[in-house]
Structure formats: C-alpha cells, structure tokens
Design a protein around this ligand. Structure first.
Ligand code: NAP
Length: 272
C-alpha cells in the first residue's frame, strides 16, 4: 500500500470511510476491507461504530501494527477534561490502547484552540494516539492550530472531490507540511455517474470512481471512500498502476463548481 508521509506519520494512501456504517454491516464491511488489503480505517466517536470497528479489527487477524486506525473527538467534547474522557471512551470501544491518528472533528468556536489543540497534544504525549491532526480546519484555524500545537499535526481531513475547489486550504496544508485527507472523495455517490470521469475512465479501463480517487492520489492526498457493498471494496482500492495525464488532471480540475460543497458544519459556518 502506498503511503503519504507528513510530519513523521506514514498514512496508507487509501483508507475505508465508515460514516453511516452501523452494527453488523459495519463489522462485516470493515472485516471484508481488511481481508481485501485495506490497512487504514477511518472512524469517529460521533459515528457510533467504534465498537464494531474494534470487533472487525480483532476478527480480521491482521496484526495491530499493520492497520492505521483514525478516530475523532466531536466538537462538543473539546474542552480539557471532556477531551480526555472522549478519547478514553473511544479506545475502550475500539478495544485498543492507542489509535494511530486522533483528530479534532470540527473546531468549536467556544473553545480556544490553545485549549483544544493543547488537549489533543497532551493525549498524544500520554501515549493514547501515535499522531494527531485536525479536520474541517480553514486556513486561519490551521495557521493558529499550528502556532499553538506542541506536537506536529499530520493531517487536515477535509471535504475534497472533483466538484469542490480546496486550493487555499491545500496550499496552507502544504506550507505546514500537513497532509490532506480527502473525505467524501466520491462526492457521496455523485462521482460514479459523472460523464467526464467515465469518459476518462474508459481510456484507462477504469470506473469514474477509480478516476476520481486516482486524481486525488496524484495530487498527494489520502482518500477514504466509504462503501457498504463488499464488491466495491476492491474497486476502490484498485487505483494504482496507471497514471492520469496532465491534460486529464486538468479536465477533472475543471469540474469544480461554486455550489460543490456537500457537508455543512454542525454549528455556525466558518468557512472563509
Ligand atoms: N471529518 C469529517 O467531518 C468527515 C465528514 C464526512 C465524511 N468523513 C469520512 O470520509 C468518509 C468518506 O465520505 P462519505 O462517506 O461521506 O462519502 P463518499 O465516500 O464520497 O461516498 C460514499 C457513497 O459512495 C458510494 N460508493 C462507494 N464506492 C462506490 C463505487 N465504487 N461505485 C459506486 N458507488 C460507490 C457509496 O454507496 P454504497 O454504500 O452503496 O457503495 C456511498 O453512497 C466517511 O465515511 C468518513 O469516514 C469525514
């Protein structure tokens, strides 16, 4: 599996997203993903499936140190004290002593970053997370987070797909040596039916979904597509061994549009 290196972390470039995967379906898909070769699983306390993810990790028989597990602290648990409790609860549900990556899921405008990022870094120093990072951070938030962080931040997990221009946040991440983890890489199911992506895909013998994932990977991003269908796991992982030309990359860049964003903040919008 190709990795993306950032500030000391080696993150498997393709992971499995698990938002909305619940109960038995979650356990089954995560187990199947690990059997298919996935070595990176993305969960969050808010997803309500850490227990199932943990069960699948154990059932898979894949050694713990071969799987990169990410979880996140929800925005209403960022104050010191609450933060540590959230992480301990996540680890207990996962059945793990440490996660590979712990993220602040969304900033909370009511909690100063020096407190939330301070708590994040303290958790890392306490050994509960190997690496730390953020999600949904704008350029000003990212700049401030880096300035108050006592530990390196390794990723900013943000919405990225062909319909959304994230050039500004991308540039800020690059400036700080922070990787971009692309969530909603398939634009929640809009990518598979896209005519441009399908046309490019035909040239390479690939699906529209594989072309969007390849476009993201060629831009150096980590991708975490979700599927609830085991037959799609292999398709979403089979995105290596071919290269999109610069002209094809540019054609996909041109799909961005002003109303491309799919996910809104759970509290007051702060995208700038
Ligand atoms: N940090 C954050 O705030 C945040 C926010 C959103 C998401 N995330 C993370 O990012 C992950 C991915 O984002 P997402 O789940 O919102 O959306 P996504 O991965 O862009 O899209 C998932 C959708 O695409 C479909 N799909 C998957 N593979 C396909 C294929 N090969 N062909 C056709 N359809 C396919 C799935 O349907 P089927 O199930 O029917 O295959 C599902 O409806 C999440 O699961 C979560 O882990 C993080």
């Amino acid at each position: 599996m190709q990795v993306v290196e950032a500030n000391g972390a080696r993150i498997p470039a393709v992971g499995l997203g698990t938002l909305f995967l619940k109960g038995e379906i979650c356990t089954r898909i995560v187990t199947a993903a690990l059997a298919a070769g996935y070595r990176h699983i993305d969960t969050a306390q808010m997803y309500g499936n850490e227990r199932e993810v943990g069960e699948a990790l154990r059932a898979s028989g894949v050694p713990r140190d071969e799987v990169f597990v990410t979880t996140k602290v929800w925005w209403d648990k960022l104050a010191p004290g609450n933060f540590e409790r959230s992480v301990e609860e996540s680890l207990a549900k996962l059945g793990l002593s440490t996660v590979d990556l712990l993220l602040i899921h969304w900033n909370n405008p009511q909690v100063p970053l020096k407190d939330s990022v301070g708590a994040l870094c303290k958790v890392k120093r306490g050994g509960l997370a190997r690496h730390v990072g953020v999600a949904n951070f704008t350029v000003p938030l990212l700049d401030e987070a880096v300035s108050v962080a006592g530990e390196p931040l390794v990723t900013n997990q943000i919405e990225v797909h062909p319909y959304l221009d994230q050039a500004k946040v991308d540039a800020a991440c690059a400036r700080h040596g922070i990787s971009v983890t692309a969530y909603c890489p398939l634009a929640r199911g809009k990518v598979p039916g896209d005519e441009t992506l399908a046309r490019v895909g035909k040239r390479h013998g690939k699906s529209a979904s594989q072309i969007a994932l390849r476009w993201l990977l060629q831009r150096g991003r980590v991708v975490i597509p979700r599927t609830s269908k085991s037959e799609r796991l292999a398709e979403n992982l089979d995105v290596f061994g071919f290269t999109l030309s610069e002209a094809e990359m540019a054609e996909i860049d041109a799909l961005k549009r002003p109303d491309g964003r799919l996910v809104s903040p759970p509290h007051a919008p702060r995208w700038d």
